[in-house]
Design a protein around this ligand. Structure first.
Ligand code: SF4
Ligand code: SF4
Length: 300
């Protein structure tokens, strides 16, 4: 059983309780305009290219079996169209200008990497988090990894956008200790506009998890110009209060770190606002949510 991932990060403290290892799955059914991990969108491995680091040595052109890199007129032309993500060009680049994003990993390897930090998990109440991208876009791998970790006594979090088959979530229930469930927009039309997908299935899955005894943290990206408004916080409060599984609300202030990555992938960023949203700016809304729901509300 293998899955396509784009990172495994140790010592994470914002992906669930305690100190955690986060496995980032590659591939996502949504296209949130503000996404800070655009390299997670497509499942196949791909190349990030930082033009400003390129020293025009031509090593990539020599290595690419498809002839996709060309040193042309004092510049570097990269035709991504036929790239199969073999990674040879990135391996040959002496300047760090090319980075391969995405690799296959087996359940055993992923688990053994996670278990290196088992002592930290025990000491801090941490564990393993499946994130992405969207882990449930690779449901068999997500299930196998969560199950193995759970059987090894590791606390498991699943971070999900919720746009997936209900049966797949149901299978995850016995081996996921905490669901980090995204709540982006309550309005269906706005959700379609900003994420490219309908939210009916997401809201249904959120309700289903709560009914089935899932323990849920509602993760709410707060994006100026999209959902930084009173009506949205009221919708968050309603969603949390009406779901007995919701234990906590996390507010995630917008940051623009996805813009550079989108450009390095040769794509136009969906959202070009370069200003970070201050954590402190959300404190009044956090307080209001605490008052409305009686739940802990953190700004992450
Ligand atoms: S990843 Fe492989 S196919 Fe793609 S540009 Fe690099 S060498 Fe060529
Ligand atoms: S190998 Fe790296 S530094 Fe050399 S031309 Fe290719 S991208 Fe530029």
């Amino acid at each position: 059983m293998r899955g396509m991932i784009f990172n495994i990060q140790r010592f994470c403290v914002q992906d669930g309780p305690g100190i955690r290892t986060t496995v980032f799955f590659k591939g996502c059914p949504l296209r949130c305009a503000w996404c800070h991990n655009p390299e997670s969108h497509r499942q196949p491995a791909e190349i990030l290219f930082s033009e400003e680091k390129c020293v025009l040595c031509g090593a990539c052109a020599a290595m690419c079996p498809k002839g996709l890199h060309r040193m042309d007129g004092g510049g570097h032309a990269f035709d991504r169209a036929g790239c199969d993500g073999c990674g040879r060009c990135a391996g040959a680049c002496p300047a760090g200008a090319l980075e391969l994003c995405g690799r296959w990993i087996g359940v055993d390897e992923a688990l053994s990497l996670a278990l290196r930090d088992a002592d930290f998990y025990s000491a801090s109440g941490g564990g393993l988090t499946l994130s992405g991208g969207e882990p449930m876009a690779q449901p068999e791998f997500a299930l196998a990894l969560a199950k193995s970790a759970h059987e090894a006594g590791v606390h498991v979090c699943l971070e999900t956008c919720g746009f997936c088959a209900q049966e797949d979530l149901e299978r995850m229930l016995p081996c996921v200790d905490l669901f980090l469930f995204d709540f982006k927009l309550a309005d269906a039309e706005a959700h379609r506009r900003w994420t490219g997908a309908d939210n009916a299935r997401i809201l249904k899955n959120l309700a289903f998890l709560g009914e089935q005894g899932g323990r849920i943290v509602l993760r709410c990206p707060i994006i100026p110009g999209v959902n930084l408004e009173k009506a949205h916080f009221e919708a968050v409060a309603r969603a949390a209060s009406s779901n007995r599984g919701v234990l906590q609300i996390d507010l995630e202030p917008y940051h623009p770190l996805g813009i550079d990555k989108a450009q390095r992938l040769g794509r136009r960023p969906g959202f070009c606002d370069t200003a970070f949203l201050d954590r402190e700016a959300l404190e009044p809304q956090a307080q209001r949510l605490r008052a409305l729901t009686g739940l802990p509300v953190t700004i992450v």
